[in-house]
Design a protein around this ligand. Sequence first.
Ligand code: PHE
Length: 355
Amino acid sequence: MSDIQSLKTEFTKKIKEKINKQELDSIKTELFGKNGKISSLFKNLGNLSADQKKEFASNLNLLKDDLISLINKKFSDLEIQEINNKLKNEKIDVTLPGRTYFNGKIHPVSQVIDEVTSIFSEIGFSVEEGPDVENEYYNFSALNTPENHPARDMHDTFYLDHSKNLLLRTHTSPVQIRTMLKSKPPFKIIAPGRTYRCDSDQTHSPMFHQLEGLHIDRDINMGHLKGCLYYFVKKFFEVDKIKVRFRPSHFPFTEPSAEVDIGYKIEDGKIKIGEGDKWLEILGCGMVHPNVLKNAKVNPKQYQGYAFGVGIDRLAMLKYGINDLRSFFENDIRWLEFYGFDPLDVPTNYRGLSR
Ligand code: PHE
C-alpha cells in the first residue's frame, strides 16, 4: 500500500512539473512500459495471498486510472500551449504603420492625362479612344485635308505602306470623325492618346501625346469654346487668374481657327504660369468646319460646335518644370523616381489634382 501511495505522490508531482511532451512520454514509459513501475506491480500480484491480492489490485487500478488521466490531461495542456505559442509568434500587429512602397511611380504623362480627364469629366465630357494606326481618310481626308493639301506635309507623317493608306496618326483629330460616325449628335468628348510625327529635338519627340476635345450641339459658338478652355487652363494650372490669348491661326478642319497661348514669366530661374509678358502656345482649336461635319454624317445646318487639340507632354513640362521632352521617353528609373507620382494619389477635382 505504501508503495502505491508513494508512487502516486512522486508521479503526480513529476507530471505537474514544467515538462515537455518528450519528458511526459518517458514518464509514461517509466510507469507503464514493459518493465515500468506499475506494470511490475501488476506482475507481482501473483505472489500475494487472495485477500491481499484483491485489495492491492483495486488500489493499483485506481492509481493506474489516476495517473493515466493526469498524463492525458497534461498532454492536451501541452498541445494547447504549443498552439498558443505558435499563434503568438505568428501574430501580425495590424496597428503598426505600413512601410512605404517606393518602387512604383506614375509617369507625368499618365498623371496629366488623369488630371485633364478629371477636369473635363466634371463639365460633362466623356472619354473616347481611337487606334494609333489610322488610315489616310480618317487622319486627313475626312478632316477636310485632301491629298496635295500643304498641311499634309507639315505633319511629317510616318506611312506604313507604299500606297500611303495606313499611317501612324499624326494627331488625335481622327477620333472626332470616328466618334461622330458611330452615333448621333450631340457629342461632348475628349480623346487622349499617342500621336506620331517624324520629328525629334528638345521640344519634339517622334511619339508624343495629345488630347482632342469635341463639343457638337445645336447652338454652340466660339464663346462656349473660350469659356471651356478658360475653365480648363485655370483648373489645370491650379491658379485663379491666368492670362490667356486666342491667336488667329489655320487648321483645315476648323473655321475660324485659333491657337491658344498662356502668359508666363521666369522668376528665379523657374517658370511662373499665368502672369508676366511671355507667351507659350499650348493648344490649337476652332469651330468644326462644315465639311468635317458632312463627312461625319452630321448636318451642319442643324449642328455646330468646337474642337481643340492639346499637347499633353507640353502641359506636363510646363506644370512640372521638366525641360527636355525626350527625357519623358528614355525610361530612366531615376528620372521617374524624381518626376513620378504616387500611384495612390489619384487626381480628382475636389481633393486636388496634384501635390
Ligand atoms: N489636330 C491639330 C494639331 O494636331 C490640333 C487641333 C485639334 C486644332 C482640333 C483644331 C481643332 O495640331
